[in-house]
Design a protein around this ligand. Structure first.
Ligand SMILES: Cc1ncc(C[n+]2csc(CCOP(=O)(O)OP(=O)(O)O)c2C)c(N)n1
Length: 555
């Protein structure tokens, strides 16, 4: 006979879950005890805040496509995980959260630890199940897997009351996550090929929904794009759908680190094929920068129904449709689009020269763009870049390229600060051989700085760059530009990041001049965890589509 704790531990292992991140508490102590017997197969990693547990599990899926797990204590532990559940939900990332719950006999008595967890989770998770009877667990597990891994993907929670862990199941049934379903032929693909053929200025928007699908094949995106000179622009989640040094990749589109080339293509194309769920307010600067041409969205995401743009929608798995389209594109007549190619080249030239003039600018303090340009050259091609929320993420977008799907991680659609370091931890655990770089602002990192202890204890070879402008700069800049310079509550004082990092046992270096850039990059790429603080001037506005950004803020 297996107890609930033993059954769940073994079921997770059978489902291929390799790691669980969490913080222990009385409500999950029995589960920890069961897991201790399986540590060779399922590694348990203690973190220093529950939001880290969930975002680390989230980052594992984004960067490796494998399901991961978090464990939290009832009540306070669960509440601490809320922001990370929201981040995963908005970016359509599956992960399993196991939460303790109050003992069944105390439920509804306003007991110690008791809050309405399920109500709190409403809208933050795809599925929330409370197990009331030990024999329900296999069915609950199978229901949760099914829901998390059916599009839209999202986090799932299983709440287990403290008194249930030791109960023995009378029937033990093996439960595994569902296998992806192959879909039948999509009728509309001939029609789409015709639209591509007839377009003079075609483009493709690659979204998170495309890259997260198991059937996504980047080669096919390249074929479709090359055959029709349909430039690929991406959302934040779609970065790496096509290598960012590929001639057909025009970069990330939209607010918070878009390339001007991509923004212009979005506006100018006469046919936009959207593969996925993110023709949204982020990619269109709050719908102020919208495609002038025909738009077809291929998505199974419910958000496609509520977006205020008019377009044709085909409900289908975008990866599957892409594969069909690529097959047909190989034999289709594709036409000549010399004018379009020339025009895009002129956009690219303008944007490249804007970026390089910013990088070569002599600055009072360090020029962060130049630092990231040098770092970009030194990292392995299969690097993973993790960005925070704020102006600093512009550098993670503009100056650090990624070359494969799932290689750029950020809380794109919740727009949440505090994701970068937790996600860096999960990404590195799941990909120990790959370079993982966390790009965080001073405001961003101060929300989770305690996780340096996890980085040290886990001996993670993680690279952390703090872009320190001693401010919540994105809001500071808005106050300068939109509030007639009335700066209020956006200037900060920070600890000495180098001493702080060293106190955790992580070697660190401060760079406050451009003459230290080379040395700083050499320092950070050394083996082992390293932290570099870039001291920058908050008044140097980085390259971005300022007009679109300001317009977005004013409507
Ligand atoms: C959890 C959370 N709180 C507040 C905000 C609003 N916000 C967005 S960016 C930002 C400032 C970020 O500061 P920092 O990390 O230093 O980045 P910078 O803009 O200075 O590069 C704030 C307060 C948010 N997005 N998320």
């Amino acid at each position: 006979m297996k107890t609930v704790a033993e059954y769940l531990a073994e079921a997770l292992i059978a489902a291929g879950v390799e790691r669980a991140y969490g913080i222990v508490g009385t409500s999950v102590l029995d589960f920890y005890d069961a897991l201790s017997a399986h540590s060779g197969k399922l590694e348990v990693i203690t973190v220093r805040h529950e939001q880290t547990a969930v975002s680390a599990a989230d980052a594992e899926f984004r960067s490796s496509g494998k399901l991961s797990c978090a464990i939290v204590h009832a009540g306070p532990g669960f509440l601490n995980s809320a922001i990370s559940l929201g981040i995963a939900m908005k970016d359509r990332v599956p992960l399993l959260l196991i939460s303790g719950g109050v003992k069944r006999r105390l439920r509804g008595t306003d007991a110690w630890l008791e809050v309405e967890q399920k109500s709190v989770a409403d809208g933050l998770v795809k599925v929330y199940e409370v197990v009331n009877d030990e024999n329900d667990l296999p069915e609950v597990l199978s229901k949760v897997y099914e829901s998390m891994l059916t599009w839209p993907y999202g986090p799932g929670v299983i709440e287990i009351p403290e008194d249930l862990w030791g109960a023995e199941l009378s029937l033990v049934k093996q439960v595994e996550p569902p296998q992806p379903q192959a879909l039948g032929d999509v009728q509309e693909t001939d029609n789409l090929i015709e639209k591509m053929k007839n377009a003079e200025q075609p483009a493709i928007l690659a979204c998170g929904e495309l890259v997260r699908r198991p059937d996504f094949n980047p080669e096919n995106l390249k074929v479709l794009s090359e055959r029709f000179s349909a430039y690929v622009i991406t959302s934040g989640n779609g970065r790496g759908a096509i290598p960012e040094d590929d001639a057909m990749c025009a970069g990330r589109v939209g607010f918070g680190g878009g390339s001007l080339t991509a923004d212009r293509i979005l506006e100018d194309c006469d046919f936009l094929l959207v593969l996925g769920n993110e023709l949204d307010d982020v990619t269109t600067y709050g719908y102020t920068l919208i495609p002038r041409g025909d738009v077809v969205v291929i998505s199974e995401d419910p958000s496609a129904d509520v977006r205020p743009l008019y377009y044709t929608q085909i409900r289908a798995d975008p990866a599957h449709v892409l594969n069909e389209l690529a097959k047909k594109a190989r034999h289709a007549e594709t036409g000549d689009r010399e004018e379009w190619v020339k025009r895009v080249r002129s956009y690219t030239d303008i944007w490249s020269s804007t970026l390089s003039s910013f990088s070569s600018k002599e600055t009072k303090l360090v020029n962060p763009a130049r630092f990231f340009d040098v770092l970009n050259e030194k990292l392995d091609r299969d690097r993973i870049v993790v960005g925070g929320q704020g102006t600093h993420v512009i550098f993670a977008n503009n100056n650090l390229k990624v070359f494969s799907p799932g290689s750029y991680l950020a809380a794109t659609n919740l727009g949440a600060m505090s994701y970068a370091l937790p996600a860096g931890i999960g990404a590195k655990k799941a990909n120990p051989e790959r370079d993982v770089v966390v790009v965080a602002g001073d405001g961003e990192i101060m929300m989770t700085i305690q996780e340096l202890e996890t980085v040290k204890r886990e001996n993670l070879n993680l690279k952390i760059v703090i872009v320190n402008d001693n401010s919540y700069r994105v809001l500071y800049i808005k106050q300068l530009l939109q509030k007639q310079g009335r700066v209020f509550q956006t200037i900060l004082e920070n600890p000495d990041f180098v001493t702080l990092s060293e106190s955790f046992g992580i070697p660190a270096m401060r760079i406050d001049g451009n003459d230290q850039i080379e040395e700083g990059v050499e320092f950070i790429i050394q083996d082992g965890a390293r932290l570099v603080e870039l001291v920058i001037d908050r008044d140097e506005i980085p390259p971005l589509n300022l007009n679109a950004t300001l317009k977005m803020g004013s409507v």
